[in-house]
Design a protein around this ligand. Structure first.
Ligand code: ATP
Ligand code: MG
Length: 574
Protein backbone atom coordinates (compact mmCIF):
# COMPACT_ATOMS: atom_id res chain seq x y z
CA UNK A 1 0.00 0.00 0.00
CA UNK A 2 1.21 3.48 -0.76
CA UNK A 3 1.15 6.38 1.57
CA UNK A 4 -2.50 7.13 2.16
CA UNK A 5 -1.89 10.20 4.26
CA UNK A 6 -4.00 13.11 3.35
CA UNK A 7 -4.73 15.28 6.31
CA UNK A 8 -5.83 18.28 4.36
CA UNK A 9 -9.34 18.24 5.80
CA UNK A 10 -10.04 21.46 7.66
CA UNK A 11 -10.39 21.13 11.41
CA UNK A 12 -13.79 21.49 12.93
CA UNK A 13 -14.49 25.08 13.80
CA UNK A 14 -15.58 25.60 17.41
CA UNK A 15 -19.07 26.76 16.46
CA UNK A 16 -20.04 23.72 14.41
CA UNK A 17 -23.41 22.22 15.24
CA UNK A 18 -23.09 19.60 17.98
CA UNK A 19 -24.28 16.76 15.72
CA UNK A 20 -21.73 17.53 13.02
CA UNK A 21 -18.75 15.22 12.77
CA UNK A 22 -15.38 16.35 14.01
CA UNK A 23 -12.62 16.46 11.40
CA UNK A 24 -11.31 12.99 12.31
CA UNK A 25 -14.70 11.33 12.17
CA UNK A 26 -15.27 13.07 8.86
CA UNK A 27 -12.10 11.51 7.43
CA UNK A 28 -13.15 8.13 8.78
CA UNK A 29 -16.68 8.45 7.42
CA UNK A 30 -15.23 9.21 3.99
CA UNK A 31 -12.87 6.24 4.17
CA UNK A 32 -15.78 3.96 5.04
CA UNK A 33 -18.16 5.32 2.42
CA UNK A 34 -15.52 5.29 -0.32
CA UNK A 35 -14.76 1.66 0.47
CA UNK A 36 -11.14 2.40 1.33
CA UNK A 37 -11.81 0.55 4.59
CA UNK A 38 -14.69 -1.80 5.38
CA UNK A 39 -14.27 -1.11 9.10
CA UNK A 40 -11.81 0.75 11.28
CA UNK A 41 -9.06 -0.39 13.60
CA UNK A 42 -7.84 2.25 16.04
CA UNK A 43 -5.63 1.94 19.10
CA UNK A 44 -4.88 3.64 22.37
CA UNK A 45 -1.11 3.31 22.86
CA UNK A 46 -0.04 4.37 26.37
CA UNK A 47 3.49 4.04 27.62
CA UNK A 48 3.26 2.24 30.99
CA UNK A 49 5.38 4.83 32.78
CA UNK A 50 2.68 6.54 34.81
CA UNK A 51 -1.04 6.66 35.52
CA UNK A 52 -3.31 7.97 32.81
CA UNK A 53 -4.94 11.36 33.16
CA UNK A 54 -7.88 13.31 31.79
CA UNK A 55 -5.86 14.11 28.63
CA UNK A 56 -5.48 10.41 27.96
CA UNK A 57 -9.21 10.06 28.54
CA UNK A 58 -9.71 12.38 25.56
CA UNK A 59 -7.63 10.04 23.41
CA UNK A 60 -9.37 6.95 24.85
CA UNK A 61 -12.84 8.37 24.18
CA UNK A 62 -11.78 9.19 20.63
CA UNK A 63 -10.14 5.87 19.75
CA UNK A 64 -12.66 3.61 21.48
CA UNK A 65 -15.50 5.93 20.51
CA UNK A 66 -14.67 5.66 16.81
CA UNK A 67 -14.62 1.87 17.12
CA UNK A 68 -18.07 1.84 18.72
CA UNK A 69 -19.53 3.97 15.96
CA UNK A 70 -19.22 1.59 13.03
CA UNK A 71 -19.87 -2.08 12.51
CA UNK A 72 -17.03 -4.56 12.98
CA UNK A 73 -14.66 -1.79 14.04
CA UNK A 74 -12.34 -2.36 16.98
CA UNK A 75 -9.93 -0.45 19.17
CA UNK A 76 -6.75 -2.03 20.49
CA UNK A 77 -5.18 -1.32 23.83
CA UNK A 78 -1.47 -1.42 23.11
CA UNK A 79 1.21 -0.79 25.66
CA UNK A 80 4.10 1.06 24.13
CA UNK A 81 6.64 -0.56 26.42
CA UNK A 82 10.00 0.05 24.81
CA UNK A 83 11.79 1.89 27.60
CA UNK A 84 12.39 -0.55 30.46
CA UNK A 85 14.04 2.13 32.57
CA UNK A 86 10.81 4.01 33.26
CA UNK A 87 8.15 1.37 32.81
CA UNK A 88 6.54 -0.90 35.30
CA UNK A 89 3.86 -3.57 35.46
CA UNK A 90 2.01 -1.59 38.14
CA UNK A 91 1.34 1.07 35.50
CA UNK A 92 0.10 -1.58 33.04
CA UNK A 93 -2.40 -2.76 35.65
CA UNK A 94 -3.58 0.72 36.55
CA UNK A 95 -4.05 1.71 32.91
CA UNK A 96 -6.13 -1.40 32.17
CA UNK A 97 -8.26 -0.71 35.22
CA UNK A 98 -8.77 2.94 34.27
CA UNK A 99 -9.66 2.28 30.61
CA UNK A 100 -12.19 -0.35 31.67
CA UNK A 101 -13.59 1.96 34.34
CA UNK A 102 -14.10 4.67 31.73
CA UNK A 103 -16.42 2.18 30.07
CA UNK A 104 -14.34 0.81 27.21
CA UNK A 105 -13.63 -2.76 26.25
CA UNK A 106 -10.63 -3.85 24.21
CA UNK A 107 -11.92 -7.43 24.11
CA UNK A 108 -9.15 -9.71 22.88
CA UNK A 109 -7.19 -6.82 21.51
CA UNK A 110 -4.62 -6.33 24.23
CA UNK A 111 -1.14 -5.89 22.82
CA UNK A 112 2.35 -4.98 23.92
CA UNK A 113 4.97 -3.46 21.67
CA UNK A 114 7.44 -5.70 23.49
CA UNK A 115 5.67 -8.70 21.88
CA UNK A 116 6.96 -7.37 18.57
CA UNK A 117 10.63 -7.08 19.57
CA UNK A 118 11.62 -10.05 17.38
CA UNK A 119 9.68 -8.71 14.39
CA UNK A 120 11.02 -5.21 14.92
CA UNK A 121 14.53 -6.61 14.99
CA UNK A 122 13.88 -8.27 11.64
CA UNK A 123 12.62 -4.99 10.18
CA UNK A 124 15.80 -3.31 11.40
CA UNK A 125 17.84 -6.02 9.69
CA UNK A 126 15.85 -5.41 6.51
CA UNK A 127 16.72 -1.70 6.64
CA UNK A 128 20.40 -2.52 7.21
CA UNK A 129 20.47 -4.99 4.32
CA UNK A 130 19.01 -2.35 2.03
CA UNK A 131 21.59 0.22 3.10
CA UNK A 132 18.92 2.23 4.95
CA UNK A 133 20.31 1.92 8.47
CA UNK A 134 23.76 1.85 10.05
CA UNK A 135 25.45 1.23 13.36
CA UNK A 136 26.92 4.45 14.70
CA UNK A 137 29.67 4.63 17.34
CA UNK A 138 29.17 8.29 18.20
CA UNK A 139 28.01 8.98 21.74
CA UNK A 140 24.54 10.45 22.19
CA UNK A 141 26.12 13.84 22.90
CA UNK A 142 28.12 13.67 19.69
CA UNK A 143 25.03 12.66 17.75
CA UNK A 144 23.19 15.67 19.17
CA UNK A 145 26.10 17.91 18.18
CA UNK A 146 26.14 16.49 14.66
CA UNK A 147 22.42 17.02 14.29
CA UNK A 148 22.66 20.75 13.54
CA UNK A 149 19.78 23.14 14.10
CA UNK A 150 16.60 23.92 12.19
CA UNK A 151 18.54 26.54 10.20
CA UNK A 152 21.91 24.75 10.02
CA UNK A 153 22.19 21.32 8.36
CA UNK A 154 23.67 18.48 10.34
CA UNK A 155 26.90 16.60 9.66
CA UNK A 156 27.09 13.03 8.49
CA UNK A 157 28.33 10.53 11.03
CA UNK A 158 31.78 9.15 10.18
CA UNK A 159 30.19 5.68 10.51
CA UNK A 160 27.45 6.37 7.99
CA UNK A 161 29.09 4.53 5.13
CA UNK A 162 29.73 1.25 6.86
CA UNK A 163 28.84 -1.66 4.61
CA UNK A 164 25.60 -3.59 5.23
CA UNK A 165 27.74 -6.62 6.17
CA UNK A 166 29.66 -4.71 8.83
CA UNK A 167 26.42 -3.14 10.11
CA UNK A 168 24.71 -6.51 10.31
CA UNK A 169 27.55 -7.98 12.27
CA UNK A 170 27.73 -5.04 14.66
CA UNK A 171 23.96 -4.95 15.16
CA UNK A 172 23.96 -8.64 16.01
CA UNK A 173 26.78 -8.10 18.49
CA UNK A 174 24.80 -5.21 20.00
CA UNK A 175 21.93 -7.63 20.51
CA UNK A 176 24.29 -10.21 21.99
CA UNK A 177 25.30 -7.74 24.69
CA UNK A 178 28.90 -7.28 23.61
CA UNK A 179 28.81 -3.49 23.97
CA UNK A 180 28.07 -1.20 26.88
CA UNK A 181 25.11 1.15 27.18
CA UNK A 182 25.62 4.29 25.14
CA UNK A 183 28.54 3.03 23.07
CA UNK A 184 26.63 2.25 19.87
CA UNK A 185 23.23 2.87 18.32
CA UNK A 186 21.44 1.87 15.14
CA UNK A 187 20.42 4.87 13.04
CA UNK A 188 18.28 5.29 9.95
CA UNK A 189 20.17 6.64 6.96
CA UNK A 190 17.91 9.43 5.71
CA UNK A 191 19.13 13.00 5.27
CA UNK A 192 21.31 15.07 7.60
CA UNK A 193 20.25 18.22 5.72
CA UNK A 194 16.51 17.65 6.06
CA UNK A 195 14.68 20.69 7.38
CA UNK A 196 12.91 18.21 9.70
CA UNK A 197 15.32 17.31 12.49
CA UNK A 198 13.52 14.01 13.04
CA UNK A 199 14.67 12.95 9.57
CA UNK A 200 18.37 13.58 10.28
CA UNK A 201 19.47 9.98 10.62
CA UNK A 202 17.33 9.32 13.71
CA UNK A 203 18.32 6.70 16.24
CA UNK A 204 16.30 3.48 15.84
CA UNK A 205 17.85 1.28 18.53
CA UNK A 206 19.93 1.84 21.63
CA UNK A 207 21.63 -0.40 24.13
CA UNK A 208 19.97 -0.58 27.56
CA UNK A 209 21.16 -3.35 29.81
CA UNK A 210 18.05 -3.17 31.94
CA UNK A 211 15.49 -5.79 32.92
CA UNK A 212 12.25 -5.34 31.01
CA UNK A 213 9.00 -5.92 32.94
CA UNK A 214 7.85 -8.42 30.31
CA UNK A 215 10.87 -9.67 28.40
CA UNK A 216 13.21 -9.87 31.39
CA UNK A 217 16.82 -9.88 30.23
CA UNK A 218 16.12 -11.37 26.82
CA UNK A 219 16.94 -8.06 25.17
CA UNK A 220 19.57 -5.47 25.82
CA UNK A 221 18.80 -3.36 22.76
CA UNK A 222 15.50 -1.51 22.65
CA UNK A 223 13.77 0.14 19.67
CA UNK A 224 12.96 3.83 19.79
CA UNK A 225 9.40 5.19 19.80
CA UNK A 226 9.34 6.39 16.17
CA UNK A 227 10.52 3.05 14.86
CA UNK A 228 8.30 0.97 17.11
CA UNK A 229 5.11 2.93 16.82
CA UNK A 230 4.52 2.89 13.07
CA UNK A 231 5.53 -0.76 12.79
CA UNK A 232 3.30 -1.80 15.69
CA UNK A 233 0.43 0.04 14.01
CA UNK A 234 1.20 -1.76 10.76
CA UNK A 235 1.53 -5.20 12.36
CA UNK A 236 -1.88 -4.75 14.00
CA UNK A 237 -3.56 -3.54 10.83
CA UNK A 238 -4.47 -0.16 12.30
CA UNK A 239 -6.43 1.92 9.79
CA UNK A 240 -6.28 5.31 11.51
CA UNK A 241 -3.43 6.10 13.87
CA UNK A 242 -4.78 9.00 15.91
CA UNK A 243 -2.27 10.92 17.97
CA UNK A 244 -1.62 14.34 19.41
CA UNK A 245 -0.23 17.32 17.49
CA UNK A 246 3.34 17.03 18.72
CA UNK A 247 3.64 13.95 16.51
CA UNK A 248 2.90 15.90 13.36
CA UNK A 249 6.63 16.51 12.84
CA UNK A 250 7.24 12.78 13.37
CA UNK A 251 4.84 11.80 10.61
CA UNK A 252 7.45 11.93 7.79
CA UNK A 253 9.55 9.45 9.77
CA UNK A 254 6.49 7.29 10.50
CA UNK A 255 5.88 7.13 6.76
CA UNK A 256 9.57 6.73 5.85
CA UNK A 257 9.94 3.61 8.00
CA UNK A 258 6.80 2.02 6.55
CA UNK A 259 7.85 2.94 3.02
CA UNK A 260 11.28 1.36 3.44
CA UNK A 261 10.38 -2.08 4.76
CA UNK A 262 7.98 -4.63 3.33
CA UNK A 263 4.63 -4.25 5.10
CA UNK A 264 1.07 -4.99 4.05
CA UNK A 265 -0.48 -2.13 5.92
CA UNK A 266 0.43 1.54 6.01
CA UNK A 267 -1.85 3.25 8.54
CA UNK A 268 -2.80 6.88 8.21
CA UNK A 269 -1.56 9.05 11.06
CA UNK A 270 -3.89 11.91 11.95
CA UNK A 271 -3.06 14.42 14.65
CA UNK A 272 -5.37 16.35 16.98
CA UNK A 273 -4.74 18.88 19.74
CA UNK A 274 -3.99 17.49 23.16
CA UNK A 275 -6.09 18.54 26.10
CA UNK A 276 -4.64 21.22 28.34
CA UNK A 277 -6.62 22.20 31.42
CA UNK A 278 -6.45 25.41 33.44
CA UNK A 279 -5.01 25.12 36.96
CA UNK A 280 -3.62 21.68 36.11
CA UNK A 281 -0.54 19.95 34.78
CA UNK A 282 -1.02 17.05 32.38
CA UNK A 283 2.48 15.80 31.83
CA UNK A 284 3.34 12.42 33.28
CA UNK A 285 6.78 13.71 34.19
CA UNK A 286 5.27 16.55 36.21
CA UNK A 287 2.62 14.33 37.77
CA UNK A 288 5.31 11.84 38.75
CA UNK A 289 7.33 14.53 40.47
CA UNK A 290 4.25 15.70 42.41
CA UNK A 291 3.93 12.13 43.66
CA UNK A 292 7.63 11.50 44.28
CA UNK A 293 8.23 14.80 46.05
CA UNK A 294 5.21 14.23 48.27
CA UNK A 295 3.20 17.28 47.17
CA UNK A 296 0.21 14.98 46.82
CA UNK A 297 -0.79 11.73 48.43
CA UNK A 298 -0.08 9.41 45.48
CA UNK A 299 -1.23 9.14 41.87
CA UNK A 300 -4.83 8.78 43.02
CA UNK A 301 -4.85 11.82 45.26
CA UNK A 302 -8.29 13.36 44.63
CA UNK A 303 -6.60 16.61 43.55
CA UNK A 304 -4.73 14.88 40.72
CA UNK A 305 -6.08 15.08 37.15
CA UNK A 306 -5.40 11.35 36.80
CA UNK A 307 -8.30 9.03 36.05
CA UNK A 308 -7.67 7.31 39.39
CA UNK A 309 -7.62 10.67 41.19
CA UNK A 310 -10.84 11.79 39.51
CA UNK A 311 -12.47 8.47 40.42
CA UNK A 312 -11.48 8.88 44.06
CA UNK A 313 -12.71 12.45 43.96
CA UNK A 314 -16.14 11.23 42.83
CA UNK A 315 -16.10 11.79 39.08
CA UNK A 316 -18.19 9.23 37.22
CA UNK A 317 -17.17 7.60 33.92
CA UNK A 318 -20.23 9.18 32.28
CA UNK A 319 -19.17 12.67 33.37
CA UNK A 320 -15.67 12.21 31.95
CA UNK A 321 -17.02 10.85 28.67
CA UNK A 322 -19.45 13.74 28.45
CA UNK A 323 -16.64 16.22 29.10
CA UNK A 324 -14.53 14.65 26.34
CA UNK A 325 -17.46 14.89 23.97
CA UNK A 326 -18.07 18.52 24.79
CA UNK A 327 -14.48 19.66 24.23
CA UNK A 328 -14.46 18.15 20.74
CA UNK A 329 -11.44 17.79 18.51
CA UNK A 330 -9.40 20.46 16.80
CA UNK A 331 -6.04 20.95 15.15
CA UNK A 332 -4.92 23.85 17.33
CA UNK A 333 -3.64 23.81 20.90
CA UNK A 334 -5.67 25.64 23.50
CA UNK A 335 -6.34 25.70 27.20
CA UNK A 336 -9.67 24.23 28.36
CA UNK A 337 -11.30 25.76 31.44
CA UNK A 338 -11.30 23.24 34.29
CA UNK A 339 -14.72 24.70 35.19
CA UNK A 340 -16.06 22.80 32.20
CA UNK A 341 -14.90 19.51 33.72
CA UNK A 342 -16.54 20.49 37.01
CA UNK A 343 -19.69 21.39 35.10
CA UNK A 344 -19.84 17.91 33.58
CA UNK A 345 -19.79 16.12 36.94
CA UNK A 346 -22.36 18.55 38.39
CA UNK A 347 -24.68 17.88 35.46
CA UNK A 348 -24.39 14.16 36.03
CA UNK A 349 -24.73 14.17 39.82
CA UNK A 350 -27.53 16.70 39.82
CA UNK A 351 -29.62 14.01 38.11
CA UNK A 352 -28.33 10.94 39.89
CA UNK A 353 -27.07 11.77 43.40
CA UNK A 354 -29.41 11.46 46.36
CA UNK A 355 -29.53 14.41 48.74
CA UNK A 356 -28.56 14.20 52.38
CA UNK A 357 -27.96 16.63 55.22
CA UNK A 358 -24.52 17.20 56.72
CA UNK A 359 -23.01 19.95 58.83
CA UNK A 360 -19.32 20.60 58.29
CA UNK A 361 -18.63 23.18 61.01
CA UNK A 362 -21.22 22.47 63.69
CA UNK A 363 -22.82 25.04 65.96
CA UNK A 364 -25.17 23.57 68.56
CA UNK A 365 -28.75 24.80 68.67
CA UNK A 366 -31.08 23.93 71.55
CA UNK A 367 -34.76 24.06 70.65
CA UNK A 368 -35.98 25.13 74.07
CA UNK A 369 -39.68 24.40 73.48
CA UNK A 370 -39.06 20.92 72.06
CA UNK A 371 -39.47 18.12 74.54
CA UNK A 372 -36.28 16.50 75.82
CA UNK A 373 -35.79 12.90 74.64
CA UNK A 374 -38.48 13.22 71.96
CA UNK A 375 -37.65 12.22 68.38
CA UNK A 376 -39.85 13.44 65.55
CA UNK A 377 -39.36 11.67 62.23
CA UNK A 378 -39.66 14.04 59.29
CA UNK A 379 -40.02 13.22 55.64
CA UNK A 380 -37.20 14.32 53.32
CA UNK A 381 -37.05 14.14 49.53
CA UNK A 382 -34.14 12.05 48.25
CA UNK A 383 -33.74 13.69 44.88
CA UNK A 384 -36.03 16.45 43.62
CA UNK A 385 -34.72 15.73 40.10
CA UNK A 386 -35.90 12.16 40.29
CA UNK A 387 -39.12 11.60 42.25
CA UNK A 388 -38.80 7.84 41.72
CA UNK A 389 -36.12 7.52 44.37
CA UNK A 390 -38.71 8.64 46.89
CA UNK A 391 -38.28 9.95 50.39
CA UNK A 392 -36.65 9.01 53.67
CA UNK A 393 -37.23 10.08 57.24
CA UNK A 394 -34.81 12.16 59.27
CA UNK A 395 -34.96 12.52 63.06
CA UNK A 396 -35.60 15.91 64.64
CA UNK A 397 -34.57 16.33 68.29
CA UNK A 398 -34.23 19.04 70.93
CA UNK A 399 -30.55 19.54 70.18
CA UNK A 400 -29.41 19.97 66.62
CA UNK A 401 -26.37 21.28 64.77
CA UNK A 402 -26.42 23.97 62.15
CA UNK A 403 -23.54 25.35 60.11
CA UNK A 404 -21.49 27.99 61.93
CA UNK A 405 -21.61 30.11 58.78
CA UNK A 406 -25.38 30.14 58.95
CA UNK A 407 -25.37 32.31 62.05
CA UNK A 408 -24.21 35.90 62.36
CA UNK A 409 -24.47 37.90 65.50
CA UNK A 410 -24.64 41.17 63.65
CA UNK A 411 -25.92 40.23 60.21
CA UNK A 412 -25.84 42.64 57.28
CA UNK A 413 -29.06 43.47 55.50
CA UNK A 414 -29.02 40.80 52.83
CA UNK A 415 -28.14 37.98 55.20
CA UNK A 416 -31.24 35.81 55.46
CA UNK A 417 -29.96 33.10 57.74
CA UNK A 418 -29.86 32.99 61.55
CA UNK A 419 -29.22 36.01 63.71
CA UNK A 420 -30.50 37.17 67.11
CA UNK A 421 -34.27 37.37 66.94
CA UNK A 422 -34.45 36.05 63.40
CA UNK A 423 -36.59 33.28 62.03
CA UNK A 424 -35.42 30.76 59.42
CA UNK A 425 -36.65 27.51 57.97
CA UNK A 426 -34.83 24.27 58.78
CA UNK A 427 -34.78 22.14 55.66
CA UNK A 428 -37.59 19.52 55.73
CA UNK A 429 -38.46 20.59 59.31
CA UNK A 430 -39.74 23.70 61.06
CA UNK A 431 -39.29 27.44 61.37
CA UNK A 432 -37.04 28.33 64.29
CA UNK A 433 -36.35 31.71 65.88
CA UNK A 434 -33.08 32.55 67.61
CA UNK A 435 -33.86 33.73 71.14
CA UNK A 436 -30.51 33.66 72.90
CA UNK A 437 -26.82 33.53 71.99
CA UNK A 438 -24.58 31.65 74.43
CA UNK A 439 -20.88 32.59 74.54
CA UNK A 440 -17.83 31.22 76.30
CA UNK A 441 -15.39 33.20 78.42
CA UNK A 442 -13.47 34.21 75.30
CA UNK A 443 -16.61 35.75 73.86
CA UNK A 444 -17.04 33.06 71.18
CA UNK A 445 -20.52 31.88 70.28
CA UNK A 446 -20.86 28.28 71.48
CA UNK A 447 -24.60 27.63 71.38
CA UNK A 448 -27.89 29.14 70.28
CA UNK A 449 -31.15 28.82 72.06
CA UNK A 450 -34.07 28.85 69.67
CA UNK A 451 -37.78 28.16 69.72
CA UNK A 452 -39.58 26.27 67.00
CA UNK A 453 -43.09 26.65 65.67
CA UNK A 454 -44.70 23.18 65.58
CA UNK A 455 -47.30 24.55 63.14
CA UNK A 456 -44.61 24.93 60.45
CA UNK A 457 -43.82 21.25 60.05
CA UNK A 458 -42.69 20.52 56.50
CA UNK A 459 -41.56 24.11 55.99
CA UNK A 460 -44.69 26.28 55.63
CA UNK A 461 -46.53 28.43 58.11
CA UNK A 462 -50.35 28.07 58.12
CA UNK A 463 -50.67 31.82 58.75
CA UNK A 464 -48.82 32.45 55.52
CA UNK A 465 -45.83 34.22 57.09
CA UNK A 466 -42.64 33.87 55.07
CA UNK A 467 -38.99 33.37 55.91
CA UNK A 468 -36.28 34.07 53.39
CA UNK A 469 -33.64 31.63 54.56
CA UNK A 470 -33.59 27.83 54.59
CA UNK A 471 -30.66 26.21 56.32
CA UNK A 472 -29.52 22.63 56.76
CA UNK A 473 -29.16 20.86 60.08
CA UNK A 474 -28.69 17.45 61.70
CA UNK A 475 -29.89 16.00 65.00
CA UNK A 476 -27.13 16.30 67.60
CA UNK A 477 -27.90 12.99 69.27
CA UNK A 478 -28.59 11.01 66.10
CA UNK A 479 -25.91 12.37 63.75
CA UNK A 480 -22.53 10.69 63.54
CA UNK A 481 -19.15 12.33 63.33
CA UNK A 482 -16.64 11.74 60.56
CA UNK A 483 -13.90 13.28 58.46
CA UNK A 484 -14.71 15.32 55.38
CA UNK A 485 -12.13 16.66 52.96
CA UNK A 486 -12.64 19.78 50.92
CA UNK A 487 -10.50 20.25 47.85
CA UNK A 488 -9.51 23.31 45.95
CA UNK A 489 -7.46 23.61 42.79
CA UNK A 490 -4.00 22.13 43.10
CA UNK A 491 -2.42 25.20 41.47
CA UNK A 492 -3.01 28.90 41.92
CA UNK A 493 -1.94 29.84 38.37
CA UNK A 494 -4.27 29.43 35.44
CA UNK A 495 -1.40 27.90 33.50
CA UNK A 496 1.10 26.39 35.94
CA UNK A 497 3.12 25.12 32.97
CA UNK A 498 4.34 28.60 32.08
CA UNK A 499 7.87 28.98 33.31
CA UNK A 500 8.20 32.70 33.92
CA UNK A 501 10.67 34.49 36.22
CA UNK A 502 12.54 31.28 36.92
CA UNK A 503 9.40 29.68 38.39
CA UNK A 504 8.38 26.09 37.79
CA UNK A 505 4.98 24.49 38.22
CA UNK A 506 5.91 23.55 41.80
CA UNK A 507 6.01 27.27 42.67
CA UNK A 508 2.35 27.57 41.73
CA UNK A 509 1.10 24.84 44.09
CA UNK A 510 -1.91 26.01 46.08
CA UNK A 511 -1.07 25.68 49.82
CA UNK A 512 -4.81 25.52 50.57
CA UNK A 513 -5.76 22.83 48.08
CA UNK A 514 -6.82 20.46 50.86
CA UNK A 515 -8.85 21.26 53.95
CA UNK A 516 -9.51 18.38 56.32
CA UNK A 517 -12.51 18.66 58.60
CA UNK A 518 -12.35 16.02 61.28
CA UNK A 519 -15.59 16.68 63.14
CA UNK A 520 -18.29 16.99 60.53
CA UNK A 521 -21.77 15.81 61.64
CA UNK A 522 -23.67 13.69 59.16
CA UNK A 523 -27.27 12.59 58.90
CA UNK A 524 -27.81 9.12 60.41
CA UNK A 525 -27.85 6.36 57.80
CA UNK A 526 -24.80 7.75 56.06
CA UNK A 527 -22.55 5.70 58.32
CA UNK A 528 -23.37 2.71 56.11
CA UNK A 529 -22.23 4.42 52.90
CA UNK A 530 -20.29 2.12 50.60
CA UNK A 531 -16.89 3.40 49.46
CA UNK A 532 -17.30 5.25 46.18
CA UNK A 533 -20.96 6.14 46.75
CA UNK A 534 -21.97 9.70 45.93
CA UNK A 535 -24.35 12.14 47.59
CA UNK A 536 -25.27 15.75 47.42
CA UNK A 537 -24.95 17.25 50.90
CA UNK A 538 -27.54 19.97 50.61
CA UNK A 539 -26.09 23.44 50.12
CA UNK A 540 -22.51 22.11 50.41
CA UNK A 541 -21.78 20.20 47.22
CA UNK A 542 -21.39 16.66 45.97
CA UNK A 543 -19.43 14.23 48.11
CA UNK A 544 -17.97 10.79 47.54
CA UNK A 545 -17.13 8.21 50.19
CA UNK A 546 -13.38 7.76 49.92
CA UNK A 547 -12.45 4.37 48.53
CA UNK A 548 -9.22 4.14 50.51
CA UNK A 549 -9.72 5.65 53.93
CA UNK A 550 -13.33 4.79 54.68
CA UNK A 551 -13.87 2.17 57.39
CA UNK A 552 -16.97 0.04 57.85
CA UNK A 553 -19.40 2.26 59.76
CA UNK A 554 -17.19 5.29 59.28
CA UNK A 555 -17.01 6.58 55.74
CA UNK A 556 -14.68 9.49 55.03
CA UNK A 557 -16.10 11.90 52.47
CA UNK A 558 -14.31 13.78 49.71
CA UNK A 559 -15.97 16.81 48.22
CA UNK A 560 -16.17 16.14 44.50
CA UNK A 561 -17.35 19.62 43.56
CA UNK A 562 -19.27 22.51 45.06
CA UNK A 563 -22.76 23.41 43.87
CA UNK A 564 -21.71 26.76 42.45
CA UNK A 565 -21.32 26.35 38.71
CA UNK A 566 -18.69 28.80 37.47
CA UNK A 567 -19.02 27.44 33.96
CA UNK A 568 -22.79 27.85 33.68
CA UNK A 569 -22.48 31.37 35.15
CA UNK A 570 -19.83 32.31 32.63
CA UNK A 571 -21.96 30.98 29.78
CA UNK A 572 -24.98 32.89 31.01
CA UNK A 573 -22.97 36.11 31.08
CA UNK A 574 -22.03 35.40 27.48
P1 ATP B 1 3.79 12.65 28.61
O1 ATP B 1 2.80 13.18 29.59
O2 ATP B 1 5.05 12.25 29.25
O3 ATP B 1 3.92 13.51 27.39
P2 ATP B 1 2.24 11.00 26.96
O4 ATP B 1 1.07 11.82 27.28
O5 ATP B 1 2.87 11.09 25.64
O6 ATP B 1 3.28 11.26 28.09
P3 ATP B 1 1.57 8.30 26.36
O7 ATP B 1 1.41 7.18 27.28
O8 ATP B 1 2.59 8.19 25.31
O9 ATP B 1 1.88 9.51 27.29
O10 ATP B 1 0.18 8.70 25.73
C1 ATP B 1 -0.71 7.76 25.16
C2 ATP B 1 -1.63 8.42 24.20
O11 ATP B 1 -2.40 9.43 24.87
C3 ATP B 1 -0.89 9.11 23.08
O12 ATP B 1 -1.49 8.76 21.87
C4 ATP B 1 -1.03 10.56 23.36
O13 ATP B 1 -1.06 11.29 22.19
C5 ATP B 1 -2.35 10.63 24.13
N1 ATP B 1 -2.33 11.76 25.04
C6 ATP B 1 -1.44 12.02 26.00
N2 ATP B 1 -1.69 13.18 26.61
C7 ATP B 1 -2.79 13.69 26.03
C8 ATP B 1 -3.55 14.89 26.22
N3 ATP B 1 -3.22 15.79 27.13
N4 ATP B 1 -4.62 15.08 25.41
C9 ATP B 1 -4.96 14.16 24.49
N5 ATP B 1 -4.29 13.02 24.27
C10 ATP B 1 -3.21 12.78 25.03
MG1 MG C 1 4.30 9.66 24.78
Amino acid sequence: MGNPNDNSTEPNSGDAAPESLDFIREIIANDLSSGKHASTVTRFPPEPNGYIHIGHAKSICLNFGVAQESDASVCHLRFDDTNPVKEDVKYVDSIKKDVAWLGFDWGKNLYFASDYFEKLYDFAVELIENGKAFVCDLTLDEIAEHRGTPTRPGKNSPYRDRSPEENLELFERMRDGEFDDGTRVLRAKIDMASPNLHMRDPVLYRIRKTQHHRTGDKWCIYPMYDFTHCLSDSIEGITHSLCTLEFEVHRPLYDWVLDNVKVDCHPCQIEFARLNLTYSVLSKRKLLSLVEEGHVDGWDDPRMPTVSGLRRRGYTPASIRSFCKTIGLTKFNSLTDVALLEHSIRQDLNETAERRLAVLRPLKVVITNFEEGKVEELEAVNNPKNPEVGTRTIPFTREIYVERDDFMEDPPKKYFRLGPGREVRLRFAFFITCQEVIKNAAGEVVELHCTYDPETKGGNAPDGRKVKGTIHWVSASKAFETEVRLYDRLFTAEDPNKEEDGKTFIDYLNPDSLEEISEAKLEPGLEDTEPGALYQFERLGYFCADAKDSQPGKPVFNRTVTLRDAWAKQQAKG
